[in-house]
Write a protein that binds this ligand. Structure first.
Ligand SMILES: Cc1ncc(COP(=O)(O)O)c(C=O)c1O
Length: 412
């Protein structure tokens, strides 16, 4: 087992999708984008003070005490059972009609998306995604060997007219229609933009007309720093077309790995069956206990204050420092700003200069299923402190100027 193709001789034993994606970087390789003296804007991590270590510790103590020996048993104790009610409550708080039978609990949104993909995608099926989109989703969809079709975004989210035109053209030509549309409607990762209400309604009509399901991935919807909240797709869904994925990663902590799916009962039954046996019952217990013990809405307000300050500092500094010809999104919530560099700048090539100047980010190409996006970068304001964000954007501006063709840099 030691051959020279990089597989150490195991390739013939790997499943087809594994063999076909072996060349690709492992998920998490982006974590290597750091530099000792640079501020990282690469991570979509919550800032350290956002993480409720104390309250989570108290919740664990309570679960162990109250559920006693059941807390660590296969099925868990009462608190583990209570997680479904907790999720129903959180979902109703978003204006979504939801019963316990419409909930599937998972180990985070990534795991939930994987279960959806496993349940619906056969090799060669078509899945529609936003272009750009969350790189973790692209990676896991690829494991199921589908045909991934990307659709353009603008300041109001997915360009639903262009999507509709393509669906009509596909039908006319007898080409395959998507089984699933994967969308991040609120403060999208990586662009930060939000899908307008009108487009949400139109998407639901399209799903009914062309018989596909909408996977609504909404980790950021409650982290809104200004403006009004459009209704979640699932709240507008009268025909059972929406599979909604949510997570506590951004509202409690990513390390608790707890997310969920809300969908029609017939779908939930299959998700439960496909994914039997994988629940982390101690964690589910502590999440239920944590939600019972804290004022969730007040906590959200505090989180929003912390993120709002960081977003504002990032947007102000971009305005002050970046050379003309640079554009960026202005998100009303979430974690991310999407940079559109001036003509001639390649974000991947710029990265070493940027790291030397004192900032790292993720190049835009990481977020396209087909490697486009050279002229873009995702910068995150979620993790660094406000002063660090200011330094980081000043560093990004210096790096961009240094790489600009000489004549343009002189104009600034
Ligand atoms: C759009 C989107 N979906 C899912 C996730 C992952 O969520 P979880 O930590 O619950 O797996 C993220 C986190 O970065 C995300 O941005």
């Amino acid at each position: 087992m030691n051959e020279s193709d990089g597989s150490d001789g195991y390739a013939h034993l790997f499943a087809d999708p594994v063999r076909e994606t072996m060349e690709g970087a492992a998920y998490g390789t982006w974590r290597a984008i750091t530099a000792p003296d640079a501020v990282s804007l690469a991570f979509g991590f919550p800032y350290p003070d956002a993480l409720p270590n104390g309250a989570v510790g108290d919740a664990v103590d309570t679960v162990l005490e109250v559920d006693h020996e059941d807390a660590l048993q296969y099925a868990g104790g009462d608190y583990a059972d209570a997680i479904t009610e907790t999720v129903v409550e959180r979902t109703r708080a978003r204006g979504i009609d939801c019963s316990a039978e419409e909930v599937h609990v998972a180990n985070g949104a990534t795991h939930a998306l994987d279960t959806v993909a496993q349940t619906f995608l056969d090799p060669g099926d078509t899945i529609a995604v936003e272009a750009p989109t969350f790189m973790g989703a692209i990676r896991l969809f690829r494991n199921y060997d589908p045909d991934i079709e990307g659709y353009a975004m603008d300041a109001n989210g997915l360009d639903v007219d262009a999507f509709a035109d393509d669906l009509a053209a596909r039908e006319e030509a007898g080409d395959p229609l998507p089984k699933l549309l994967y969308t991040i409607p609120d403060f999208q990762n990586p662009t930060g933009v939000t899908l307008s209400t009108e487009r949400r309604e139109r998407l639901l009509e399209l799903a009914e007309t062309y018989d596909f399901l909408i996977v609504e991935d909404d980790p950021y919807g409650q982290l809104r720093y200004e403006g009004s909240t459009p209704p979640p797709l699932r709240s507008l869904d009268e025909d059972g077309r929406v599979i909604r994925v949510d997570t506590f990663s951004k509202t409690i902590a990513p390390g608790i790995r707890t997310g969920w799916i809300v969908a029609d009962e017939a779908i939930i039954r299959e998700l439960d069956r496909i994914n039997a046996g994988g629940e982390n019952v101690l964690t589910l217990g502590l999440v239920a206990r944590y939600c019972e013990a804290i004022d969730f809405e007040a906590n959200l307000e505090e989180l929003c204050a912390g993120y709002r300050e960081r977003r504002d500092r990032m947007l102000e500094t971009l305005e002050e420092r970046m050379p003309s010809g640079t554009n960026w999104s202005e998100p009303e919530g979430g974690f991310f700003v999407w940079i559109d560099f001036p003509e001639g700048i390649d974000a991947e090539e710029l990265l070493p200069t940027a790291a030397d100047e004192g900032v790292t980010y993720l190049p835009g190409s990481y977020f396209y299923h087909d490697g486009r996006g050279d002229g873009h970068a995702r910068i995150s304001f979620s993790y660094a402190a406000p002063d660090e964000i200011e330094e980081a954007i000043a560093a990004l501006a210096r790096a961009t100027r240094a790489e600009l063709p000489a004549a343009e840099a002189a104009d600034d």
